[in-house]
Design a binder for this molecule. Structure first.
Ligand code: 5GP
Length: 191
């Protein structure tokens, strides 16, 4: 039987990565997709682990070859999900998680209406700014752009089936874990 398809979005700095790591502890039947991007690697990121880091030409080739399940141009860079890998793992029975922004999320939903869309919301935009500054990987200008983008993303959260407010990490991770365990399907909810 093919696995479930989950799409997780939320503003950069909303804590998606940490939450996902916490919620997926001990779940080796779930596969977190590794996207392709043209942005440069941050300190500590490895090619093939966080992302496949590609040149714009390589990325364009993937688009032309219809190799992407979805893609978007955000913050001046391309991001996309490698189609073959996702479909193969899903067919093998793994649950798949795509951690992608809303434009991509809705492309996936159009192709796979059974996908469950989850939005991770930061407690506030002020808190988000603080987290981005603490991360220290972006310039002031990049942070300002990410905050503007965050506002646009937040305006789309009602189109997601599940919204989880990442106020307290433990509570939010538990909520996400429950969603991944499949016991929260149908209807929309805010946790
Ligand atoms: P970052 O540069 O902070 O790693 O990611 C920036 C944004 O791109 C995040 O909102 C992240 O969810 C999104 N993103 C990462 N991979 C993909 C992808 O494959 N497709 C799309 N559409 N967005 C992605």
């Amino acid at each position: 039987m093919s696995g479930n398809l989950y799409v997780v979005s939320g503003p950069s700095g909303a804590g998606k990565g940490t939450l996902l790591a916490q919620a997926l502890k001990g779940r080796d039947d779930v596969w977190l997709s590794v996207s392709a991007t043209t942005r440069s690697a941050r300190e500590g990121e490895q090619n093939g682990r966080e992302y496949y880091f590609l040149t714009p030409e390589e990325f364009q080739r993937l688009i032309a070859e219809d190799g992407l399940l979805e893609w978007a141009f955000v913050h001046g860079n391309y991001y996309g999900t490698l189609k073959d890998e996702v479909l193969k793992r899903r067919a093998e029975g793994s649950d798949i998680i795509l951690e992608i922004e809303p434009q991509g999320a809705f492309q996936v939903q159009a192709k796979h209406p059974e996908a469950l869309l989850i939005f991770i919301e930061p407690p506030s935009l002020g808190e988000l700014e603080e987290r981005l500054r603490k991360r220290g990987s972006e310039t002031d200008e990049q942070i300002a752009a990410r905050l503007r983008h965050a506002e646009l993303e937040m305006a789309l959260r009602d189109r997601y089936t599940v919204v989880i407010v990442n106020d307290d990490l433990e509570t939010a991770a538990q909520a996400l874990k429950t969603v991944f365990e499949g016991s929260m399907r149908g209807g929309s909810m805010r946790l």
